[in-house]
Design a protein around this ligand. Structure first.
Ligand code: MLT
Ligand code: MN
Ligand code: ZN
Length: 294
């Protein structure tokens, strides 16, 4: 299985257009490598590819990724696009993919309903881009030799659909993880996850690789940095550090990679003590263009 991290950042990316935090400032001066927004490309054979999450940065991500370049006048090695939730950082890039190109668009019925309710997404001609509903725990083929099986993980509805009260550990169709299987290898992709119940840690531990929610280092990171008023859990993301964080609770599988890393996170800086701590615990921090072969 071939995996390319097209974007390792969370919504906003690094630098985020309106953010003057130390990491964003360092990315503007070139001291830190920039990160584009959350997306992955996967293939069983290196020939036909699927994209998981269509970020607003997808145009530049595709331009930077030769495996996904056209092979003819209108021939693209892209077979399907799967979205794991309806967040803007995961669906806005669909609008960039509108140039009469054939691919399958896969999501849960609840997320398809969000897209269907917004007429701007009809720019994707349904004759060319069929919208295939995904059912939990039912494997589907994303590309030849590559299957995906979705499963619900604790999360919430997209920010723009939040009502008066928000359940942040909702297990349903609005936030899913993806089990990717090819050539006898299994990788789990979970860019958003609010909590880690035992069954989920067990499922993750049995894979060959996990790409997991690395949005924030601490629960109160945005508040303490003066960047926002919400905790990490309120945003539907369990923090990396602390006794309930993913770093201490996910010790398997052997290959663990943080993705969807927010610009406020000290993991943006490979020289930070937090990055050293994560590496010492056996994790990697994803970066744009990172390639993994299983
Ligand atoms: C998230 O991952 O929490 C969302 O991308 C936030 C957002 O929509 O801005
Ligand atoms: Mn996001
Ligand atoms: Zn910032």
């Amino acid at each position: 299985m071939h995996i390319i991290i097209l974007g390792a950042g969370a919504g906003g990316g690094l630098p985020q257009w309106n953010c003057g935090c130390p990491n964003c400032a360092a990315a503007r001066t070139g001291r830190l490598a920039p990160m584009s927004q959350s997306s992955l490309a996967v293939s069983a054979d290196g020939q036909a590819w699927a994209i998981l999450n269509a970020s607003p940065d997808i145009r530049a991500q595709l331009a930077a990724t030769s495996a996904l370049h056209p092979t003819g006048l209108r021939d693209l090695p892209l077979r399907s696009v799967l979205v794991t939730n309806g967040d803007i950082d995961h669906v806005a890039g669909l609008l960039t993919l509108r140039e009469s190109q054939r691919f399958d668009l896969l999501a849960t019925p609840a997320i398809h309903a969000v897209l269907d309710a917004n007429p701007v997404f009809s720019a994707l001609n349904p004759d060319l881009v069929p919208r295939r509903p995904l059912a939990m725990d039912q494997p589907v083929e994303l590309a030849p030799g590559l299957t995906a099986t979705i499963f619900a993980v604790p999360g919430k509805v997209p920010l723009y659909l939040e009502g008066e009260t928000v359940q942040t550990d909702l297990i349903g169709e609005t936030t899913v993880g993806v089990e990717l299987a090819a050539n006898g290898r299994r990788a789990l992709y979970i860019p958003g996850c609010a909590d880690l119940p035992g069954w989920l840690a067990d499922r993750i531990g049995g894979a060959d690789l996990v790409l997991f929610d690395g949005t924030l280092w601490t629960d109160d990171e945005m508040i303490r940095a003066g960047l926002g008023t919400k905790t990490s859990r309120r945003m539907g993301h369990m923090p990396v550090s602390g006794p309930d964080g993913s770093l201490s609770r996910l010790t398997a599988p052997a290959r663990r990679v943080y993705v969807h890393v927010n610009n406020s996170n000290p993991l943006c800086d490979p020289a930070s003590p937090e990055s050293a701590q994560v590496r010492a615990a056996g994790w990697q921090v994803g970066h744009d263009g990172m390639e993994i072969t299983l």
